[in-house]
Design a protein around this ligand. Structure first.
Ligand code: UN1
Length: 496
């Protein structure tokens, strides 16, 4: 069997891991299909990459921001031209269906054009000085070398959310792609290189979280870390970074609720719930994993939802008729199966799925049947813990206030959705739902790149991607220019 061998990107050179070891990237739809071989790197590879990024920073930070932005703009055009190929590569390594991987590439294209515009903004603030003949302003400065650690579920979009703002601001980057889906991240960086990105400005070190992520977070020359992944790993990243007072942006789990009121357009709410729960095989931080149903519509909604979940076509995402692809790897299947056990033990009622699919065309992949639990109460673990798979819980409620309470009664706070025709309730929900994102009459998934993306509570640590990313990837410099030609003392030389 032949497959391509990829290497680390360090200072513009493709280099194998110092250890010489590699990791195979397998197609989750059929593990006999090897997408490629990628380096299994360690701290010594991280050291080389950080040194290259540090060297490149000396010149990249001085490139005018509009020029840096032009490279992003050209990369966006190249991604448009390569969209179909990159989408196919992504389905092969990640599993989600082609319509969705096209969306993932599109999200990177959107991000490129959005952030390219920032090259001619990067606004600071000018403000009057309290002293005469003195000028005051503030500038956005790059942070330096930044470390980016990205997940497998959006293997091009999420790296683009981090790379593009970091680059336009003048930082240089060391990127650790997800172990399961490095190819899409390589494709993204290839587009940047073909667009004219100088060597060393972006470096890729492939490998596992413990072997590459940890030394990257701990490296003294890395000034900031942007991480997307689980809350458990995020806590470790934050702890490691705290010791060196590094800035850390953490984007982590969700347990997102869609609330359906009795007055909702029921077929719209059903469409949204199916897409939110089973799109990307439930493997989005924004996935709908709780559906809160008001008593009046609960029985009908449940019946129709279960019927439609059972009819979803599951299979290889490269097949245009397939609606739900495999889960990314066997460990994710185990997690889904584990939560089915937990839910059953807690007394939830299994209405659909609940098992891996292993027969016939599913035999060589990691497939899990779309799974629906009813009779779930807010206290159950299945109602509170993230599964990150095609497993959804139906929870019934009586009043709007109760729905808001249940929606908020979790440790996470990423995305929420309310289906209603009552504008007063819609605005009350916008105010009261504890989440970084609230949709009205739309599913919990589908954020656009130019709005703030992120969550509250255990979902994040206060930073935002999209609108807000520049806050993380720049540092403020306050500048005072005194043109009075004499010593003026702030706070002391007052006029009184
Ligand atoms: C994620 O699940 O980690 O809002 C990102 C969405 C996508 C991004 C999801 N645009 O669902």
């Amino acid at each position: 069997m032949s497959y391509p061998a990829f290497q680390n990107l360090i200072g513009g050179q493709w280099l194998p891991a110092v250890s010489g070891r590699t990791i195979l990237n397998l197609n989750p739809a059929d593990h006999r299909d090897v997408v490629g071989e990628f380096p299994s790197s360690h701290a010594e590879d991280v050291d080389l990459a950080v040194a290259a990024a540090k060297k490149a920073y000396a010149t990249w930070r001085l490139v005018p921001a509009p020029r840096r932005a032009e490279i992003l703009f050209r990369a966006g055009i190249l991604l448009q031209e390569r969209k179909e190929q990159y989408a196919r590569d992504m389905t092969r390594e990640m599993g989600k269906v082609l319509t969705e991987t096209r969306g993932d590439v599109q999200e990177a294209i959107d991000e490129a054009f959005y952030v390219a515009g920032e090259g001619r903004r990067l606004f600071g603030v000018t403000t009057p000085s309290e002293l005469p003949n003195k000028f005051a302003m503030s500038l956005r400065m790059p942070v330096g070398v930044v470390g980016l650690i990205t997940p497998w579920n959006f293997p091009m979009a999420i790296p683009s959310w981090k790379l593009f703002p970091a680059l336009v601001a003048g930082n240089t980057c060391v990127l650790k792609p997800a172990t399961d889906t490095p190819l899409s991240t390589y494709n993204l960086v290839q587009a940047l290189m073909d667009a004219g990105l100088p060597p060393g400005v972006v470096n890729i070190v492939s490998g596992t979280g413990s072997a590459v992520g940890t030394p990257l977070v701990q490296h003294p020359d890395v000034r900031a870390i942007s991480f997307t992944g689980s809350s458990a790993v995020g806590a470790q990243v934050a702890a490691h970074a705290a010791a060196a007072f590094k800035a850390v942006s953490l984007e982590m789990g969700g347990k997102n609720a869609q609330i359906v009121m009795d007055d909702a357009n029921l077929s719209l709410a059903l469409d949204g719930a199916l897409w939110g729960a089973f799109g990307t095989t439930g493997q989005r931080c924004t996935a709908t994993s709780r559906i809160l149903l008001q008593k009046g519509i609960a029985a009908q909604f449940t019946r129709e939802f279960v019927a439609r979940a059972g009819r979803l076509r599951i299979g290889n995402g490269l097949d245009a008729s397939v609606e739900v692809g495999p889960q990314v790897n066997p460990a994710q299947i185990e997690t889904s199966a584990k939560y089915v056990e937990i839910a059953l033990a807690e007394g939830a009622k299994l209405l659909a799925g609940g098992h891996a699919l292993t027969e016939g065309s599913y035999a060589h992949g990691t497939y899990f049947a779309p799974t629906v639990f009813a009779g779930v109460t807010p206290a159950m673990r299945i109602a509170r813990e993230e599964v990150f798979g095609p497993v959804v819980s139906l929870i019934e409620f009586e009043t709007f206030e109760e729905a808001i309470h249940i929606a908020n009664a979790i440790d996470y706070g990423l995305s929420t959705a309310l289906y209603t025709k009552d504008v007063n309730r819609a605005f009350a929900a916008i105010r009261d739902l504890e989440a970084g994102i609230t949709y009205i009459n739309a599913p919990t998934i589908g954020a656009e790149v130019h709005l703030p993306f992120g969550g509250v509570k255990h979902t994040g640590n206060g930073h935002r991607e999209g609108l807000g990313a520049l806050e993380f990837f720049t540092t403020w410099k306050a500048v005072y220019v005194d043109y009075s030609d004499k010593l003026q003392r702030a706070q002391i030389d007052t006029t009184e």
